[in-house]
Design a protein around this ligand. Structure first.
Ligand SMILES: [Zn+2]
Length: 76
């Protein structure tokens, strides 16, 4: 019996990002080389295509989705 799974990103690093507004801690897992790319100037959406927009926002701004939603008007 085998447990082959479809190719998924192999995360090297999990960051515990503390929201600078409410202080909650959020975990974001990334691949080390992608993190390097981002630090070296790659656009975050290209560096971390597997993260959702909220996780990218968290890495960029240290603001969690709850606070982010509270700050921004609903777009629809
Ligand atoms: Zn927050």
């Amino acid at each position: 019996m085998s447990f082959d799974v479809p190719v998924a990103p192999k995360f090297d690093t999990t960051f515990a990002v503390t929201c600078r507004l409410c202080g909650c801690v959020n975990f974001v897992s990334v691949v080390d080389s992608d993190f390097e790319s981002w630090r070296n100037g790659k656009y975050i959406q290209n560096a971390f295509p597997y993260l959702d927009v909220n996780q990218r926002e968290l890495l960029q701004t240290q603001i969690c989705v709850t606070c982010f939603d509270a700050m921004s008007p609903d777009e629809d």
